[in-house]
Design a protein around this ligand. Structure first.
Ligand code: SAH
Length: 347
């Protein structure tokens, strides 16, 4: 049975499922979920992320990390935590750039929060740092040592609920069956009618998981001391609309087209995330764009150093830099949210 058949059977038996349950099944179902089963990052896979565009991205996060460690007073033990490390490239680039600060490498315990078994093995193959630990959730990270936490394109896979407004009423938008028995979005109090887009003009998303992660990250940073940086795509003021999208082999497709075969994401509601982190007890810095953040950390100087030492690759390095920081590329759509403990000055 495929995941599609499993979902069709479950809907036929028990009625429509919520968008968040659908996302969870598609991404994490133990047998058929995208991440549990066959996640494929990179040029030959389904999607590409900033660390896979260029090593400069991880190097800049390495610079940020070491500056935070200095700000913490160079503690002898520090937990370097990454949420959703993918194939491990980001952490590997960060640790390589941290060789400039050997006392930091001696102090750092690396903790990876990862649910995907195939990605855990990819990370294990790439990373030789010791000590290195894997856990399944942010709540599994102890708070008895300072923490420096990073997460790139992690928040966008957290499931959302969708609602629509119709005739003054908010109704859940769910996934049910159309007349021909195929998966379709449905909006109906009884959950039986196909959702014709003409019936409403507004989809509102809300993610309980995003708020929970924000709160937990905020609490951890408050209790352990330290800082966290979350990078993802999304508007800096809450937008309205359906942002659920699927991507497979670098092409967008409808989110109901191939359950479990494609990566499913949403735009991150940063204002809500930051508010949850603050409620959890962390201080938060103003949201910044990825472009501004990377330029502030010195990515342009790093690019020119790389160009000088690799003249044959100068054009490529320029294109990579442009992709990461230019407003028309990732520079503006991607946002950076920093959390920190009281009294810590961020780089
Ligand atoms: N940060 C990487 C990979 C992004 S893909 C990069 O920038 O290239 C998303 C990552 O988050 C994957 O490693 C995926 O397995 C992980 N992930 C998704 N949902 C998760 C969850 N609920 N808990 C832990 N990890 C999760």
């Amino acid at each position: 049975m495929t995941l599609r058949e499993q979902i069709l059977t479950s809907i036929a038996r028990n009625g429509p499922i919520s968008v968040s349950d659908y996302m969870h099944l598609c991404l994490h179902d133990a047998n058929y979920g995208y991440y549990a089963n066959h996640p494929a990052l990179g040029a030959n896979g389904d999607f590409i992320t900033a660390p896979l565009v260029s090593q400069m991205f991880g190097e800049m996060l390495g610079v940020w990390t070491i500056a935070v460690w200095w700000g913490l007073g160079r503690p002898a033990r520090v937990r370097l935590v990454e949420l959703g490390p993918g194939d491990g490239t980001l952490m590997s680039d960060m640790l390589r750039s941290a060789r400039a600060a050997p006392e930091f490498l001696d102090a750092a315990e690396v903790w990876l929060v990862e649910t995907s078994t195939p990605l855990r093995s990819a990370q294990a193959n790439l990373l030789s740092h010791k000590p290195l630990e894997w856990v399944g959730a942010i709540g599994d990270i102890p708070s008895d040592e300072p923490i420096i936490m990073i997460a790139n394109e992690f928040l966008d896979c957290l499931p959302v609920e969708q609602w629509v407004r119709r005739g003054g009423e908010m109704l859940p938008r769910r996934i049910g069956l159309d007349e021909s028995g195929e998966l379709a979005f449905v909006v109906d109090s009884r959950g039986s009618k196909k959702d014709g887009h003409e019936e409403y003009d507004l989809v509102i998303e809300h993610s309980a998981s995003l708020e929970r992660i924000g709160r937990e990250a905020g609490q951890l940073i408050r209790d352990a001391q330290g800082a966290a940086v979350f990078i993802d795509y999304g508007p800096s003021v809450k937008g309205i609309g359906d942002t659920l999208q699927a991507i497979k082999q670098h092409k967008k497709e409808g989110p109901l087209v191939s359950p479990g075969e494609a990566d499913l994401t949403v735009h991150v509601d940063f204002p809500r995330f930051v508010e949850a982190a603050r409620k959890g007890g962390a201080c938060t810095a103003p949201l910044e764009t990825q472009g501004a953040f990377l330029v502030r950390l010195g990515i342009e100087a790093r690019a020119s150093a790389l160009r000088t030492s690799n003249p044959d690759r100068a054009g490529l390095i320029d294109r990579q830099l442009h992709r990461l920081v230019n407003r028309a590329q990732m520079g503006e759509l991607f946002k950076v949210a920093c959390l920190h403990s009281a009294g810590l000055r961020l780089p």
